[in-house]
Write a protein that binds this ligand. Sequence first.
Ligand code: ADP
Ligand code: ZN
Ligand code: ZN
Length: 753
Amino acid sequence: MIAKVEPLTPARALRGPFDYLLAGALEGVGVGAMLVVPFGSRRLLGVVVEVAERSDLPPERLAEPLAALEADVPAELVRLGLWVAQEYVTTPARGLALVLPPGTGTGAGRRMAARRSLSASITEAGRRALEGGVRLGERQRAALESLREQPRRVSALARDTGCDHGGLRRLEKRGLVALEQALEESRRPVLRGVGAGAVVTGMTRAQEEALEEVVRRMDAREERDRRLLLRGVTGSGKTEVYLRAVAAALRRGRSAIVLVPEIALTPQTASRFVERFGDSVAVLHSRLSARERYDEWSRLRSGEARVCVGPRSAVFAPLTELGLIVVDEEHDGSYKQEGDPRYDARHVAERRAEACGAVLLAGSATPRPESVLRYERVELRERIDSRSKGGTAPLCNPPGGLPPVELVGMAGVSGPLHQRTRDALDEVRRRKEKAIVLLNRRGWSNYLSCAECGRVWECPNCDVTLVLHRAAGRMSCHHCGHAEPVPRSCPDCGSMSVSQRGLGTEQLGAELERLVAPLPVFRLDADTAPGGGIDRTLQRFDSAPAGVLVGTQMVAKGHDFPDVTLGVVLDADATLRFPDFRADERTFALVAQLAGRSGRGSRGGKVVVQALDPDARALRHAAEHDSEGFVAGELERRAALGYPPYGNLIRVVCSSGEGGAQPERCSGEHRTVPSPGPETAAAEAVRRLIDAPGVAVLGPAPLFRLKGRHRAQLVVKAADRSAGIAAVRSAVESVSSSAEHRGASYAVDVDPQ
Ligand code: ADP
Ligand code: ZN
Ligand code: ZN
């Protein structure tokens, strides 16, 4: 027999599959087996993507594999990995790397065997640190970048990156990497829950009906659409429906995947699954060590665990007989991967569910227009606790037990807080209650400028302003991590009046502390809480009798604090001021989600939303908890413009390290028009090659310089998805292999978010 093997190499040029002769002990290997194969003078690790009777090569040119690894991948997942590679315009190796046992990424060639050695893996905080905002030494950055690809042995890492044992220990202390003795008792990861975790005995009528819909699809024999959208406000009992749907799948001898947004932010959902299903659950949360991750993968692969709960990568869990995929908080942006392959776990989940006849159950209080349009729907219209609520008797209570939302305009208001907000916080202070304050981050960045000459401090590598961290006395770039001390005077004009612009969480925290003292203020901020800080802060807020939780987008995610009586959103329309067709959708979801966090307990509650323009459509619908109305308007708008879900967008970014066209920034009189750089030339070349009916290309448009690279962007709009993807792939492949554009690199993002 012949095995067609796709080598797991990061080299884009090396495309398999290549044929190998199966003989002897290896005769029985099938699709999904992992083989060590000779390749020229090298050895490579590869995955069997097909087994065939014969090869086109003459027998004397066929080599035999050297060995097979113990671990293998279900054939179904090999197909899924290759599909991802096609769909997201990347190499087969990178697509396959997603479905392989953890630790076998591209180019690993080594099994995660029971070695007695210290190994390192990157944490979620470490991944974020690479995106910027955190100070990193050059070697530390190199080490993190290497670990982003795969967990590695400390010794090998030190050799390759120069970041030694001591340096890694320091990264570990900061929560950016996890170090682990590879040969240890296999430990089950521990999960701590935060927030309410009541035992549910009976289901409401609405929950019963939703569950019946799921089960009906699970049991349907004929080919049919098994996708279902569960729309239900926060606290309406969606999680209970998921739990029972998973139980139903298990009773039928099938397995289930439950996708959740980042688990560090929503530990209570994951822990409810562990409580309910015990050892049949494998939780793939972001802070597992390399070893734990591998162990959980093996438990899934062996069938010992039949339920996988995890963030986007869990969509590739090695389960067989899949009966159900749940996508909780399906509107959440974390389902899209930012680096190559830029897959969207929701789209992959659709594909996987369809391929194995599983039910896809997506749930949210603020579902995406895409899902509303395409999925059949079931609704949970009321909060579970709405029946028993007295509350503070506002003028008109919205239906379903949701809190009333007040929109206040900030035009002409001096200072960060509106009087209505101050009053509401004062009430919280007097009554010793709890409040959540959401700071819409993008509107609040904190930077330094010279009062005399107007100089703004920018990152030397990226064309963005540096963000000020007053407490640390430093300014840093949130894209590349560049940091420098706060200057005493302006280097351009010598003026000493260097002033702070904008208002960051630090300043707001101080302001709030003054307002609500002596109640405690808890800050939830990626900058102040690297590593485990996030769930510790949440736990402290949860167990405090009263206080204020303040932070950026994170505070609006799925926590369930039953006793929050006030929600505040600051600069709610900041997200609207970005030129992005999803701006309305994002703003709506953010405000509606935060509104869902308030007033869940017996004391009721309310929400105050501050905005420059309180009449914005997204805000008005959010204030009325009107997801239906918002999505209807949104779909109309998108249909008119040919945006998703009525059309498809693909973004192509060409970049180059060499000087190129820079957007003119200074207002001086010597305005020179720079000639287009290699990145723009490459983008032009790609653009010329994209030529298909129904496919339009916008650009190239210059983007701000990032990490020292000049960038130019094309946006491809395609009525037909696969035609658009195919056109982009062939254009990018041809330009990237041409000698003329050798200096440029390419990033393709299908369905950019
Ligand atoms: P969602 O996922 O929609 O935000 P949850 O499933 O977390 O809502 O439910 C909110 C709260 O109501 C939880 O504390 C949960 O234990 C409780 N709950 C859910 N269903 C019921 C029920 N049928 N009867 C009583 N309590 C319930
Ligand atoms: Zn100056
Ligand atoms: Zn930078």
